[in-house]
Write a protein that binds this ligand. Structure first.
Ligand SMILES: Nc1ncnc2c1ncn2[C@@H]1O[C@H](COP(=O)(O)OP(=O)(O)OP(=O)(O)O)[C@@H](O)[C@H]1O
Ligand SMILES: [Mg+2]
Length: 1009
């Protein structure tokens, strides 16, 4: 540790100390200061600083000037007669104050408790030391330091921080809760602490560990991630949950503290957000070894007001011995006497002075400090002949001291100039740390002199202190100040009249909005806060919606919904014209967040309400949007209602004079009917013409909706479907919409499956299922696809088992679809064991609409079940029944546009004809089927068709051995290609190869060849 004048440069914890006070410096300003101090013997050029501190980025040299200015301010270094940093114009800077090295291991703790400035608190310090010792033995510790405002919680933490700062390898990181952010900015203080750590450590091990063990956290620091890494990370964390985020940070912290101890200080938890509480709770409850100490401070009285669950959490942790509480009491009279001794060394005060100060302050440290400061300022205590003495009689002091700290602060405020008062009033609205820029909003403040006025106040130790020159959200740089204590701000803020307060908030909000234009999403919480307090509820709701999206981005879905519910509470206060519109927007967002997190019922409810509200006031477009969205959750839980919703949207949009919207709703309505009702060429045509309209109206650009990815396969367009799904996945992977992402992966795997790339499809499903399970989200969509794939690969038992676990899992999704697939698989399994009655019964359950309700593509499965029935009748020798089924099958499939289904139907009819030795009909069916293959790549039907064609040419005895052999080879090639799409050791490969020849006569060629 380096010392110069009264400052100490703490290179272990990257901070600057003046006595017991931590001087606020941004990490970069600290780096600049550190570099100069470490090269104090010589001039450091600008280029050298740029090369050392910004090695990989171009930085305008002007920035250095700003940082030097900030450092000077923090050090109180006069520009005209510098004591610390000398400027050599156009050359560089030199640190000129004498620097001494503090021997590492010097008893800093003694320094604080002895010659330092904190009095009392020996017991609390000993407790903290004890917790640190235990944590260094790998027993994680969580402790809360509690007590009223100004009692000395932060002082205790600072003293502890300083006393252990020079322990080798110990890291201390700190995060601060912000009033008004509670519940809106998930993990705010934890992210601040980790962010500080990561930046100060210059990445390295911390970033590597986060990348490996906590990608959901690393992604919260975009500046640390390289562009190419980002995409992989996004994929990895898709569908993550709150549980995963908490678990990841715990695991990462456990790794990082396996060797070196870490202290995390979380200040002012009375303003904490629920996600941070989850974090604290998890850290306390996990059992593994960790050299980790988490210290939180809070005011218990404020918890009662905010009804924060922290109170219950603390009680529970303490009760179960998982956490400790250090409840700070007020200082005692001897502490006050000691304080006087330390701060007024050699002072000569009359007997009873300490008692008087003790009585007045009630032992509240902040009050005590203020009483004394005030007395010094007013000359009641003064230095005479280098000795501090009381300038008035003890009895005369009594009436001059206000009874409460609030009154004292109020009195000090009244003594300021009107201009200073005006600045502080605005500052109290801007926050505990404020920028000069932020307070130049109030019209009556002359902005150019604000900084000078702030500087004067800081110099006089009144209300505020300098916090350096920092970059703001948009990169602009401004001087910042902190209130010396949060209570000062609170008192000033409370004394503002309601009208004034909201006026100032509104001014600030409007300015922030203008200035934050490109980064409004990041600043949403702050903007919402000021607009709400400024009573511009329309803007407040707008920004609350953005803040809710931010929360969802951190997987804090619960928090996100809470923000939106709060927005709904503000809606009635919005002027009539805009009220419903914003209510609808909020409800739609509630629907989106619930949908993204897999909560379909609540999602549908919110969209439904949005649609009905919009309908009431004739907001047609908003109603249409809400109805379209409503179809998404309903499509998974109640398909008839999903179709009704899009049909209603379609009807309304017809009257809106918005041809693109109309075409879009036509697409959705026709798709919904095609997916959920049955195939009808009318709908397919409507879909095609609406798509054409959109392409024409939007300048030919593709309209990238995932619906297309599901529709193309029904027309044999598997390659197109694959492309659409891949594009969609890229786009959706940037959001946190887990369900949409899984659906897109599902669409991709289906396209691959139809293309015979079963192995690739299986790989996507398995990875996504594994990831979703790791993330705690439900991979239902992909499990259904896997069951589908197993039926295609003829692993009927596997498909059945998978569906049965889904039915049992009680996932909240309807069971119609897994049941249908299970019956279909069971039917095929029974057929392969010649259990014909059982097979028929199973296939019938799939077809019967009373047993199997509608679901996505239910008619597709019913068609396959009908094919199954025909196969059973054929296998059991009932050619008549087989024919009835096969004809029905053919009729229906020919009414669709699905080449695979049609090919399978022709193939069925061909086999029937072969069995009945009707060679003319067999040839016709074979030829019709083969004709489809010339237009479509349908490998899953092709191998069966070729197999049957081989059988036909072989059995028809028309001496066409060559044709027979060609088809045999084609069937074999197709089968092997499909089998080879699996990894060699994938059991499904063998299942497919073994089952293919047995299951259908067409493929028996392989057995015989
Ligand atoms: N033990 C102490 N010895 C000397 N001074 C103290 C002590 N405790 C507190 N102070 C003084 O009182 C002031 C207020 O204390 P501090 O900021 O630590 O209170 P706090 O409990 O953190 O309040 P809040 O709840 O508002 O955060 C400090 O600035 C410090 O000057
Ligand atoms: Mg504090």
């Amino acid at each position: 540790m380096k010392q110069f004048h009264s400052f100490r440069l703490d290179t272990v914890n990257h901070c600057l100390w003046r006595g017991e006070e931590r001087v606020s410096l941004t990490p970069k300003a600290f780096d600049v200061l550190r570099y100069l101090v470490e090269h104090a013997d010589r001039l450091v050029t600008q280029d050298e600083l740029l090369a050392a501190l910004w090695p990989e980025t171009y930085v305008n040299p002007e920035v250095i000037k700003k940082y030097i200015l900030g450092i000077r301010k923090a050090l109180g270094d006069p520009r005209d007669k510098p004591e610390f940093i000398e400027t050599f114009p156009r050359r560089g800077y030199q640190f000129v104050a004498p620097v001494t090295e503090l021997i590492s291991g010097a008893p800093l703790g003694e320094c604080i408790n002895g010659a330092g400035k904190m009095v009392g608190r020996e017991g609390a310090m000993a407790q903290l030391d004890g917790y640190l010792d235990q944590s260094q033995n790998s027993q994680r510790q969580v402790a809360f330091i509690t007590g009223e405002a100004g009692i000395g919680k932060t002082t205790l933490v600072d003293a502890f921080h300083q006393s252990v700062a020079n322990r080798s390898n110990l890291r201390i990181i700190r995060g601060q809760c912000v009033e008004g952010f509670g519940g809106k900015e998930a993990y705010y203080p934890v992210l601040e602490a980790i962010g500080q750590w990561v930046r100060e450590a210059g990445g390295g091990q911390v970033v590597q560990t986060l990348a490996k063990q906590a990608p959901t956290w690393l992604i919260q620091f975009p500046s640390l991630i390289k562009a190419e890494q980002r995409e992989a990370l996004q994929k990895e964390i898709h569908g993550a949950t709150r549980e995963r985020m908490v678990r990841e940070i715990c695991e990462a912290l456990e790794s990082l503290t396996a060797q070196d101890p870490l202290v995390i200080v979380l200040e002012d938890l009375h303003w904490v957000d629920p996600s941070t509480l989850d974090f604290i709770s998890a850290v306390a409850r996990r059992r593994g070894p960790a050299k980790l100490l988490v210290l939180g401070t809070y005011r218990p009285a404020d918890l009662i007001i905010s009804k924060s669950p922290l109170k219950a959490l603390k009680q529970d942790l303490v009760l179960h011995n998982l956490g400790h509480e250090i409840s700070l009491e007020r200082l005692e009279e001897p502490d006050v006497a000691e304080y006087l001794d330390i701060h007024f060394p050699g002072g000569s005060f009359p007997d009873g002075f300490a008692n008087l100060i003790y009585r007045h302050s009630g032992g509240n440290a902040l009050f005590l400090v203020n009483i004394l400061l005030d007395m010094v300022k007013r000359g009641l205590i003064a230095q005479v002949d280098r000795r501090w003495t009381l300038q008035v009689a003890l009895e005369d002091i009594e009436p001059r001291v206000p009874e409460t700290l609030d009154q004292l602060i109020e009195m000090q405020f009244q003594q300021l100039s009107p201009y200073e008062q005006c600045i502080l009033r605005s500052a109290s609205v801007a926050g505990e740390r404020f920028s000069v820029w932020a307070i130049s909003t109030a019209a009556e403040i002359e902005s150019s002199s604000i900084e000078d006025a702030c500087e004067r106040l800081a110099d006089r130790l009144q209300f505020i202190k300098a916090a350096g020159i920092n970059a703001m959200a948009n990169g602009q740089i401004s001087a910042h100040y902190d209130f010396r204590h949060s209570l000062y701000r609170e008192v000033l803020y409370r004394r503002l009249s309601e009208v004034n307060r909201s006026k100032l908030h509104l001014l600030l909000a409007q300015r922030l909005k203008e200035f934050c234009d490109p980064c409004e999403q990041e600043q949403a919480t702050e903007l919402a806060l000021h607009f709400e307090a400024g009573r511009d509820f329309e803007q407040a709701v707008h920004y609350l919606i953005l803040a809710a999206k931010n929360a969802a981005g951190r997987f804090a879905y619960r928090g996100s919904i809470e923000i939106l519910r709060h927005a709904l509470e503000l809606v009635p206060m919005i002027a009539a014209g805009k009220r419903i519109q914003l209510e609808v927007q909020t409800l739609v967002q509630i629907g989106d967040t619930n949908y993204a997190s897999g909560n379909m019922t609540d999602s549908a409810q919110a969209y439904e309400k949005a649609a009905s509200q919009a309908a009431q006031v004739g907001l047609g477009a908003a109603q249409v949007t809400a109805l379209i969205r409503l179809a998404h959750p309903l499509g998974l839980i109640d398909v008839d209602r999903a179709v009704a919703a899009v049909e209603q949207a379609d009807q309304i949009s017809a009257s809106l004079n918005d041809p693109i919207l109309q075409a879009r709703t036509q697409i959705l309505a026709s798709c919904a009917r095609l997916y959920y009702h049955t195939w009808r060429s009318r709908d397919a045509e409507l879909y095609a013409s609406a798509k054409e309209t959109i392409q024409r109206l939007s300048g030919g650009g593709q309209y990238p909706e995932m619906h297309y990815a599901h529709l193309h396969p029904l027309q044999g367009g598997y390659q197109e479907a694959l492309k659409i799904a891949e594009d969609g996945i890229l786009k959706i992977s940037e959001t946190t919409n887990t369900v949409a992402y899984l659906l897109a992966l599902g669409a991709k795997s289906v396209a691959l499956m139809h293309l015979g790339r079963l192995g690739d499809a299986l790989h996507i499903m398995r990875t996504a299922i594994e990831r979703a399970e790791k993330n705690g989200s439900d991979p239902w969509v992909l499990k259904i696809r896997e069951a589908w794939l197993r039926t295609v690969a003829m692993d009927f038992e596997g498909a059945q088992q998978l569906c049965e676990t889904m039915i049992r899992s009680n996932s909240g999704y309807p069971t119609g679809q897994p049941k249908a697939i299970a019956w279909f698989a069971a039917g095929n399994a029974a057929l392969s064991h010649a259990k014909y009655n059982e097979a028929l019964q199973n296939f019938r359950q799939v077809i019967d609409e009373d047993v199997t309700p509608k679901f996505f593509l239910h008619w597709y499965w019913r068609t396959l079940a009908q094919l199954g029935m025909a196969n059973v009748w054929l296998a059991s020798g009932n050619l008549k029944n087989a024919e009835t089924e096969a004809k029905l099958l053919l009729k229906f499939t020919l009414s669709t546009a699905d080449p695979s289904l049609q090919a399978l139907a022709w193939e069925m009819n061909a086999r029937l004809a072969i069995a009945g030795k009707d060679w003319g009909d067999a040839e016709k069916s074979v030829q019709n089927g083969l004709a489809i293959l010339t237009n479509f790549e349908i490998p899953m039907a092709a191998w069966r068709l070729h197999g049957t064609a081989w059988d036909f040419y072989r059995q028809a005895k028309n001496d066409n051995d060559k044709a027979a052999e060609t088809h045999r080879k084609c069937a074999e090639t197709c089968i092997l290609k499909i089998a080879d799409s699996f990894a060699l050791d994938e059991p499904l490969r063998a299942t497919f190869l073994a089952a293919a020849p047995d299951s259908l006569s067409g493929a028996s060629c392989l057995r015989e060849s």
